[in-house]
Design a protein around this ligand. Sequence first.
Ligand code: CA
Ligand code: CA
Ligand code: CA
Length: 558
Amino acid sequence: MKKTYILFTCFILFTCNIISAQQTNNIPGDIIVMLHSNNEVDEFVASMQTVGGIKTSFKTTRILSQSMHIALFKFDIATINENIMLNAVKRNPLVLLAQFNFTAKERIAPNDPNYTNGNMWDMNNTGQNSGVNDADIDAPEAWDITTGGLTAQGDTIVVAVVDGGFDLTQQDLNFWKNRNEIPGNGIDDDGNGYIDDVKGWDVATSTDNIISASHGTHVCGTVGARGNNGIGVTGVNWNVRIMPIMYGSAQDADVVVAYSYAMDNRRLYNQTNGQKGAFVVSTNSSFGIDLAQASTHPLWCAMYDSLGSVGILSACATANANYNVDTQGDIPTACASNWMISVTNTTRTDAKNSSCGYGLTTIDLGAPGTTITSSLPGNTYGTMSGTSMATPHVAGCVALMYSVQCSQFIANYKTNPGAVALMVKDSLLNATDPNLDLNNITVSGGRLNLFKSVKSIQNYCATVDVSDIETKDSNFGIMNIYPNPTENSLTVVYNSYQNVEIIFTDLLGQQIKKITDHANTKGIQHSYIDVNGMAKGIYFVSLRSQDKISNVMKVTIQ
Ligand code: CA
Ligand code: CA
Ligand code: CA
């Protein structure tokens, strides 16, 4: 495979930083500083007016502690990168300690009764009811990062659930409404191609007359029942909009119409810059045809590529029967689309449920699907089992990933929705927990992990965490990395000591590659790195020598 490279900016050379997730809740332009003495505030402010020739507009905001010589300062983030600014402050000889100013977030476990009483083992499994500790999707850990709802750019995130019916009055559910459509006037007011579609779409009647049904209402609760409202259950997302689409008689023709409704609304959103349509990021399909071949259903399968092209991933439930989908088929989970995520069903002991499909090339991952507690019609709650219950954890996970507060990620998604959607799918599959039962019979070999999935998106926005180790060592650091265009290789140029390790880590901080180079002398070195066999994606490159860690550079292999 021919690879090309994009090299990103090097973060502050010759300071010793390690990479960590961006703490996105820091207040832009704020830096808190402890000085050696209160008398030095003016001198300090004067000395920070320019950094590397850039005007900073650095000024005192207020004294926080006279006795400890701590004050809050402000600078202009429009002129200088905040990490560069913080590093410069830390290097100032008048400074003892410096950090960004963060807003603390209340840490709360959701108070929904079916969560607090332990029924929702899928979200948090501590071994209750004969389960296995941590045989869950690590939901509470994920919720420390985000509980869903909006993107970093303020888009309202929508999951389209295609199912047999929905109780729109269920108190714990939060359904999407088409605010640009006037009901009952016989006109397609918003121009999305559907007349009077305020509440969603029913394929059978070509109206938005949504009828209540248990299965669809249960699926929706897993995707996004309101969390921490003291009622019922919590979804993977505490706050997400669900677009209800009824598939009618679920013939192939109906499925095409159902998916088109989600796709047309997302396309309209993309085309109108969010003024109309809906920011649908995933669809959930908990229905299908056992033992059916993709070759017989090319149009159904093609819908996933079409949905993918506008930025939508589709989570699909595989068969509720223990057979190999690779050889025996299933629709839709045998469809080959890259934008489809096929899901099988795991239990509270992290075993594959004995009544569900698998396939090394067709079935992507497992997710909890056995005795799942969720919402039911009439403001009731109860358990259901099947791949139908596993799949909404995945559709919901995709939505939660888009709610991570990483503006660059959303900006890239809007520019290139299909490609970023694929990156999200890859991140989700790479973030699964390895599972012995799923090993060699699924693509990822693992069970969904919500925390690691959202963490991988947080790491997409990773920056140097300047609060970590800093050595101010001018003799050690990466100076440049450049690709060798005719080969799958990179050259790393660095200033080093003897015996340097060059470390590649992925977005999750996992070490992917380590090269030990034995430089004979101190000084500028060139190391040639073969990247054959490395997956496409973003990597962070740093040096280690003895106990020192260098600056970090970001490299994209594509
Ligand atoms: Ca309409
Ligand atoms: Ca209308
Ligand atoms: Ca609730």
